[in-house]
Write a protein of this length. Structure first.
Length: 141
């Protein structure tokens, strides 16, 4: 289901009120939204019981307003969407991945100041589109 996604060497998973937001209700919807997006996707992995996740939410909402139309935002509840969390090798939350053209180009672990997310998004938007690369799970093949 997730074979269309890839990771670059810079950001590998497990290491280190806006229309653009999607709170996905199925793993297939999440995969489709990420894979088919023509613009970068910020994926926020969270859980309702996670205190730092609750502190990150207002930051993400501010980013949605600032980057409206340039970045798509998705929130993935790791308790509900275990297959997505497993695919991205999520080991702790909160964690944010920025995916561009099916490639994870940024990984931000833990709760960080807003500037960290802003700078990551600006960097992704300024960079040329990444070439698709093999997933690290398939790199040895």
């Amino acid at each position: 289901m997730f074979s269309g996604l890839a990771f670059n060497s810079k950001a590998q998973p497990g290491i280190p009120g806006n229309q653009s937001q999607v709170v996905a209700d199925s793993s297939q919807l999440i995969a489709n939204e990420i894979i088919k997006s023509e613009i970068p996707v910020l994926v926020d992995f969270w859980a309702p019981w996670c205190g730092p996740c609750r502190f990150l939410n207002p930051i993400i909402q501010e980013l949605e307003k600032e980057f409206a139309g340039k970045v798509r935002f998705m929130k993935v509840n790791v308790d509900v969407h275990r297959s997505i969390a497993a695919y991205f090798e999520v080991r702790s939350i909160p964690v944010v991945f920025i995916v561009n053209k099916k490639v994870v180009v940024q990984a931000i672990m833990g709760l960080q100041p807003k500037e960290v997310y802003v700078n990551a998004l600006k960097e992704v938007l300024a960079a040329p589109s990444p070439a698709e690369t093999p997933s690290p799970k398939n790199a040895d093949k």
